[in-house]
Design a protein around this ligand. Structure first.
Ligand code: 13P
Length: 280
């Protein structure tokens, strides 16, 4: 199946399901995610965040992700998550990623708009889509310093969407990257206001640890893409621990299978919650 773009998967506002975007860091995780998508007959977004590239260099992992997406029988997009530097964004586009996220949430609004516009211009030259962030999702994706949530303002989201022309917009409504220390209180009221004011498809970051009800409420209120990273890393790591505990002489290949299996189970579980079954 040819690679698809983010905008092929999240164009129409649909309040019954959202497309899951699953972070991967190696071939095994990508294989697990593909298996889940094929069993669910669901579309898939494979992504990797710039903050994780220390472990999985983009020039090595990127081609694996593209090959995995092409091999997948379901429509699959390959996305750079939380791109922060033009160098990494350009490399992802050169490798054939069908979308990139530029995360300018640390900049003042004007600067975020200006930098995002540059990325949109660059990406369009490659026929790729762009996701950006307005407000600030909490926690840290990858090796960065953890930050506090800054809830997205409706006016800023509207202006940002209009002035940048991005294809997807990540909003901050109380979620944070990583495992939650306390259950977050989501600003569904704000999400509804943003969805009413902005036509751009909205993205929820920090999916790990939200309840099924949280996901369903977010989807009903306008979220069209949901990012899941930590839950897959934890599921694969837990599988490895189990193999090691149960079999002290386990071979390398049992561990690599455990990585794929952990991600497969986690992706499949989230696809079911997100209403993705048979949406390919
Ligand atoms: P989690 O690690 O909390 O699932 O967040 C994923 C994410 O938003 C990636 O951008």
């Amino acid at each position: 199946m040819p690679l698809v773009k983010l905008s092929d998967l999240v164009t129409k506002p649909d309040h019954t399901y959202a497309v899951g975007a699953f972070n991967v860091s190696d071939m095994e995780m990508a294989m697990g995610a593909i298996r889940a998508a094929e069993e669910m007959n669901a579309p898939l977004i494979l992504q990797v965040a710039e903050g994780r590239l220390r472990y999985s260099p983009l020039d090595l992992l990127g081609p694996v992700m593209i090959a995995a997406a092409k091999k997948c029988k379901m429509p699959t997009a390959v996305h750079l998550d939380h791109g922060g530097t033009m160098e990494t964004i350009r490399l992802a586009l050169e490798l054939g990623f069908t979308s990139v996220m530029f995360d300018g949430s640390k900049y003042p609004l004007e600067e975020n708009i200006a930098r995002t516009r540059e990325v949109v211009k660059l990406a369009k030259g490659y026929g790729a889509d762009v996701e950006a962030e307005i407000g600030r999702v909490g926690g840290a994706e990858g090796d960065y310093k953890s930050v506090d949530v800054l809830v997205t303002s409706v006016e800023e989201a509207k202006r940002f969407a209009e002035e940048t022309g991005v294809d997807a917009l990540a909003v901050a409504i109380g979620t944070a990257h990583g495992n939650y220390k306390e259950q977050p209180v989501l600003r569904i009221d704000r999400l509804k206001e943003i969805a009413a004011a902005v036509k751009t498809p909205l993205v929820l970051h920090g999916g790990t640890g939200l309840t099924d009800e949280d996901f369903k409420e977010c989807i009903a209120s306008g979220i069209q893409k949901i990012n899941i990273a930590t839950a897959s890393y934890d599921a694969s790591a837990n599988r490895i621990r189990k193999v090691a505990a149960e079999n002290p002489t386990a071979r390398y290949f049992e561990f690599s299978e455990a990585i794929a299996e952990g991600t497969y189970e986690n992706v499949k579980k989230h696809m079911a919650i997100f209403g993705m079954k048979d949406k390919a």
